[in-house]
Design a protein around this ligand. Structure first.
Ligand SMILES: C[S@@+](CC[C@H](N)C(=O)[O-])C[C@H]1O[C@@H](n2cnc3c(N)ncnc32)[C@H](O)[C@@H]1O
Length: 237
C-alpha cells in the first residue's frame, strides 16, 4: 500500500492535513532535542517513510538514521535528503521496525511518526525501539488520535471518515484500488490512543510515559523513557 502511494505521499500529506503535520513534526523534534549533557541526540527515526521527521531532526544538526521497509518511500526520502544537502547527517536504511539492524544502546532518541499504528505488533515494535536506545533515552511517538472536543471533534471526524478518503482517492487516482485513504481513518479508529497507548508503552518496558495533545487531540505525541540499567548495587539495595 505504501509503495503505491509513495509518489504522491508528501503532496497528499500536506493537502489533506492543511500542512498542520509540519507543525506537529516540529514539536516532536523539540521534544527530542537536548540530552542531559547538552549534546545533540543521535536519532533513529523508524517507519521513516519519505523521511520528513528524520530531515527535521537533521535540520537541527542531529546525526540521524531513518529506517523503513518500503523501498519506494525510502527512494522519495533519499531524493529529499540530497535536495536538502543533508547527506552528511542523515542516512536512510531499509529495515523492519520489528528487527532493527542496530546494536543495543546505539541511539539517544528513537522516533516514529504515523507509523507505529501500521506495525503488525506495536508492543514488539516499541520494545525493539527501546532496545536500541541507551538507558535514559527517549521513545517519541507521533500518532493520530481521536479528538475529544465535542463540536469541533464531530466536525473533524466527519472530515476524517467521510471526506478525506474521497479526497485521497480523487487526488491520487492511481492508488484508488488500494483504498489507502479508507485504511487511514479505519486504522486510527481501531488503534488505542492516549491512556491505552501509554499502557502499550509500559508493556514494552518504557517508563514515565506521557502524552501531549496537538490540535484538539487530532494527533498526540507520546514520550516514554528507557529505564536506567539496574546495577548490582542498586539491585541489592
Ligand atoms: C504513514 S507512513 C509514515 C511515514 C513518515 N514517518 C511520516 O511521518 O510521514 C508509515 C510508514 O511506516 C512504514 N512501516 C510500516 N510498518 C513497518 C515496519 N514493520 N518496519 C518498517 N517500516 C514500516 C511504511 O512503509 C510507511 O513508510
Amino acid at each position: 500500500m505504501f509503495a503505491e502511494v509513495a509518489p504522491r505521499y508528501d503532496f497528499l500529506n500536506r493537502a489533506l492535513s492543511g500542512g498542520i503535520d509540519v507543525l506537529w513534526r516540529r514539536k516532536t523534534v523539540a521534544a527530542g532535542l537536548g540530552t542531559e549533557n547538552g549534546d545533540l541526540p543521535r536519532v533513529l527515526d523508524v517507519c521513516t517513510g519519505t523521511a520528513d521527521l528524520a530531515l527535521s531532526f537533521a535540520a537541527r544538526g542531529c546525526e540521524v538514521v531513518g529506517a523503513d521497509f518500503c523501498l519506494e518511500m525510502l527512494g522519495r526520502g533519499r531524493d529529499k535528503v540530497v535536495q536538502r544537502g543533508a547527506e552528511s547527517r542523515l542516512r536512510l536504511v531499509a529495515a523492519d521496525t520489528l528487527h532493527l539492524p542496530f546494536a543495543d544502546e546505539s541511539f539517544d532518541v528513537c522516533s516514529v511518526a504515523f507509523g507505529i499504528r501500521n506495525v503488525a505488533d506495536p508492543v514488539a515494535g516499541l520494545a525493539e525501539m527501546a532496545r536500541v536506545l541507551r538507558p535514559g533515552g527517549r521513545v517519541l511517538v507521533l500518532e493520530f488520535s481521536r479528538p475529544r472536543t465535542p463540536v469541533l471533534g464531530k466536525l473533524y471526524l466527519w472530515y476524517f471518515r467521510r471526506v478525506l478518503p474521497k479526497l485521497g482517492a480523487l487526488l491520487s487516482p492511481r492508488s484508488r484500488s488500494t483504498s489507502a485513504y479508507d485504511y487511514l481513518p479505519t486504522s486510527v479508529m481501531a488503534f488505542p490512543d492516549r491512556d491505552d497507548f501509554l499502557a502499550l508503552m509500559q508493556r514494552a518496558g518504557l517508563v514515565e510515559p506521557r502524552y501531549d495533545l496537538f490540535s484538539i487531540g487530532i494527533a498526540s505525541l507520546y514520550v516514554g523513557v528507557k529505564p536506567a540499567r539496574v546495577t548490582g548495587v542498586e539491585a541489592r539495595g
